[in-house]
Structure formats: C-alpha cells, structure tokens
Ligand binder design. Structure first.
Ligand code: AMP
Ligand code: ZN
Length: 464
C-alpha cells in the first residue's frame, strides 16, 4: 500500500513494524461541545483508512484518547478552561460534561457508520503514566522544573520541527504564535509537561505528583496513552492537519526522548473542511453538526459521501449546494441498489477484476474518490445483478454507506424531488428569472418545505 507520510512529505510504501499488524493512534476530541462536520471529516478518513487496511488483509489495533481535561487544550496557560466554562454554563460537573459530549461524539460515529476504535481512553485515566514519562524526561534532562511547573526543553533535540524541511520562517512564526509570555521557559518554544502553578483561578481537576498538586500539559496525554496501550513502536498516527504543529511535533519530542528511539513511522493528516470564509471551528461558533443535518432531514451519510468524493489531502469547502448534490447522488445510488434482484451465478472473473480495481484505489494513497467511481462503474456496468450485489456488498465493508439497509429513514423520493427543485431554482436565479425562483420557493413552502438561503448555499427543512 502507498500512503502519503507527513513526516517525509512523500508517498511511501506502507511497511508495518510487525508483518500484517497495524498499531494505529488517533487524536480524539475535546469534549466540551458537540463535534462539528470538520472534526468528523478527519474521523471519516481515519475510519476509511482503518477499514481499508483491514480490507487488504491487515489486523488493525486502534487507540483513541478523549480529552476530558479542559486546560489540556492549550499550553499557553492563558485563556479559559473550556470544560470548566461549559460546566458553569450548564450547571453541571466537569465529568458530567465530558460524559455527555463523549456520548454525543459517539452518536455521530454511529450516524456516519464509523467504527468506534478498539480502545478509547479518557485523558484523566492515565495520570500515572504521564508522571512516569515526565520523571524519566527530568532524569534524562530533556525536561526542567521552573516556577513550579515542568517544561520540555526543545533545545535538547537535534531536530525539533520534524514536520518541516528546514527550521523555516513559517515554523518559527508558528512557534511564536503558540507561545505565551511565560517567563518560566528557557526557550520560547518549550512546552509544559506538568503544571502546579496555573493562571486559572479555580483549577477544576488536580492530581498529586512528585512536583506538587497539579495537572498535565496538553500534549502528554497522547504520548502517555499511546505508550500505555500500544507500546514503544507505533505504525501510524492520525489527526487533522492542525494537530501537526505544535501538538504532534511535541508528542514526538516527548515520546522519542522518553523511549530513546524512533516512535512512529507514518503520520496521516487530514486537511480541513472549511466554510467559504475560513476554517470551520468550535471556538467561533460558526459550525454545523451532524444533528443540524438530521434536523434539516439530510442523511449524514450523504455528508460522508461528499467527503469521500474528494481527497483527504485537499481542503474541502462545505456548502449546502455541494451537500445537496451528494445527497442527490446518494439517493440515486440507493435507488439503483434497491432495484437489484439476484439473477443467477456470480461472474467470478469479473468480480475479481473489479475487486482488484477497488483495492488499487485503496493502495493508491487511499483514493476514496476513485473508490466511489469504481462503485458507480459497477452499478452502470452490464454485469449481472448477482455480481453487482456481491461487489457492492464488498465495497460497502469499507465505505459503510448502508447500501443494503432496507428501511432508510428519509423519504428518498420526496427528497429527490426537493433537491431537483432547489437545482431548478438556482438555475432560475442564475438566469435572473426571479419570478420562477420565487414561484418554486412558494410552491415548496405550500407543501411544508422551507428553503433557507445561506452564505453556504440553500438548505431546506421539512415542517412537521
Ligand atoms: P478537537 O476536538 O478540536 O481536538 O478536534 C478533533 C479532531 O478534529 C482533530 O483531529 C482536529 O485536527 C480535527 N479538526 C478540527 N477542525 C477540523 C476541520 N475544520 N476540518 C477537519 N478536521 C478538523
Ligand atoms: Zn493527540
């Protein structure tokens, strides 16, 4: 299998430490709010990666953390403790907030047919491991104590900015931006491993440590959880592109200094889902969730299809117009599959030919757009239905688009009709035929379908 490796910036042969087995680590969510479609874009591709590796014969062991300590979200130790803020806002305990949003996050996995990783670990459950790592880093003098806190000294490393070819201007800007005016640090790029002195007044969660009561820094949780559950050698580490720096850079610094050898061979980063005017992010509130889609009666799987139609290595701009097209395509696929009835013998030769093609898409740096094209090719082909059904079921082991689920909870025909009318209305508007555009809107409204024009395109909702 060929896969792009962010560490070497090349498409490479994927070779595991132990033949046939993949140890995979995924950076999990911070659970103080709902995950948005951007977050799920990363998890959709990580899920396809896992299932693809299984499909071509690997056994995958995947671990994910859940960041349930709010102050872990930034090591500048400024700003606000997001978990604590939310707990106050909702009048609940921190751990209740974490439990609630972890469940909501998992529900999104279910809606998108993503496999919940084999091992999912809350950051608060591994404090002993972080302490063990930090002790060793102090012993080896990669870390130092200053102003009550423990910091990692990046000047002790031969190369710190491992994801960059040179210690480039761009990277140094990154370092500067992520750095606070913390006077305890020897170098501006140093980062905290353990805090006992915090600018937060009311520390929500604290633990005993050899350095006093406090809490771990942001990055140590992933190094700790990965070490505890996957050992010293990791095959692949995943996350959204924003994790590359400083989070993954710091994970590598800590883990390799601690274990004393190379830690992870492949780094898989998913590029962002953006809105027209920038990144979709939790902090500015401009985000769309899976539940928003469901309320508007979109099938979350058409969002998944939309993601799969483009490359994980390219940014994707979210719009309801694009989602409408994917939903139209998804409904067409479902209709076609629904009409397939077994009609004879499996054409083994043709089946193996198409299966080979599908595997080639996987092995060609996880080319999901070509996987979808191959699926459409099978539907369009003149293979008999039995062979089509066989192949589509095989492909759906990886894509998990519920191609053969009988009761789809959305009325496919009604939806197809609405989407067609939205397209006609867009066309009318383009031709400046506003009378027709208004007429279409009115007609839909009379039938209980409300169109909402947004900067991201036209979305619709069905009034009950
Ligand atoms: P967070 O809960 O903010 O830690 O994010 C969880 C995961 O979603 C991380 O792997 C992030 O890199 C990823 N992520 C955040 N925003 C986006 C986005 N707009 N598009 C794709 N992935 C994202
Ligand atoms: Zn992480």
């Amino acid at each position: 299998m060929k896969l792009y490796n962010s560490l070497t910036r090349k498409v490479e042969d994927f070779i595991t430490n132990k033949p046939g087995v993949v140890k995979m680590y995924t950076c999990g969510p911070t659970v103080y709010d709902y995950a948005h479609l951007g977050n799920y874009r990363s998890y959709i591709f990580e899920d396809i990666l896992e299932k693809s590796l299984e499909y071509i014969g690997y056994k995958v062991n995947r671990v994910m953390n859940i960041t349930d300590i709010g102050h872990l979200t930034g090591d500048s130790d400024a700003g606000k403790d997001k978990m604590l803020e939310k707990a106050k806002e909702e009048n609940k305990g921190i751990l209740d907030i974490a439990a609630f949003y972890t469940k909501a996050f998992k529900d999104g996995f279910d809606d998108l047919n993503l496999k919940w990783p084999d091992t999912v670990i809350p950051a608060t459950s591994c404090i002993d491991t972080y302490i063990e790592i930090i002790k060793k880093l102090l012993e080896k003098e990669y870390a130092y104590q200053s102003g009550g806190n423990i910091y990692f000294d990046i000047s002790k490393l031969k190369k710190y900015n491992v994801f960059s070819n040179q210690e480039s201007e761009e990277m140094m800007v990154g370092v500067r931006d992520s750095v606070s005016d913390d006077e305890n640090k020897r170098n501006p790029g140093d980062f905290a491993l353990w805090f006992t002195k915090s600018k937060f007044e009311n520390q929500a969660l604290k633990w005993n440590s050899p350095w006093g009561e406090g809490y771990p820094g942001w990055h140590i949780e992933c190094s700790g959880i990965s070490y505890k559950y996957l050992g010293e050698y990791l095959d692949i580490h995943c996350g959204g592109i924003d994790n590359k720096f400083p989070h993954h850079t710091n994970e590598i610094a800590q883990s390799e200094s601690f274990i004393g050898h190379k830690w992870c061979n492949y780094w898989f980063h998913v590029l962002h889902l953006n809105l027209k005017n920038g990144k979709m992010s939790k902090s500015d509130g401009s985000f769309v969730t899976i539940n928003d889609l469901k309320k508007l009666v979109y099938n979350p799987l058409s969002y998944k299809l939309m993601c799969l139609q483009s490359s994980y290595r390219k940014e994707l701009v979210f719009s309801f117009d694009a989602l409408n097209s994917s939903q139209t395509l998804y409904n067409k696929i479902l209709n076609k599959v629904n009409n397939l009835k077994e009609d004879g013998k499996l054409d083994e030769e043709a089946a193996s030919e198409y299966n080979k093609k599908f595997k080639e898409c996987i092995e060609n740096d996880l080319n999901t757009a070509m996987m979808i094209t191959t699926l459409l090719d099978v539907i369009k082909s003149n293979l008999n239905n039995t062979t089509k059904i066989y192949l589509l079921k095989e492909f759906d082991k990886v894509l998990c688009l519920d191609l053969f689920k009988k009761e789809q909870n959305i009325d496919v025909k009604l939806e197809a009709f609405i989407l067609e009318r939205i397209e006609q209305r867009n066309e009318a508007k383009k031709n400046k035929n506003y009378a027709l555009a208004d007429q279409i809107r009115e007609e839909l409204l009379e039938n209980g379908v409300e169109l909402l024009d947004t900067r991201e395109g036209t979305k619709y909702t069905i009034r009950k």
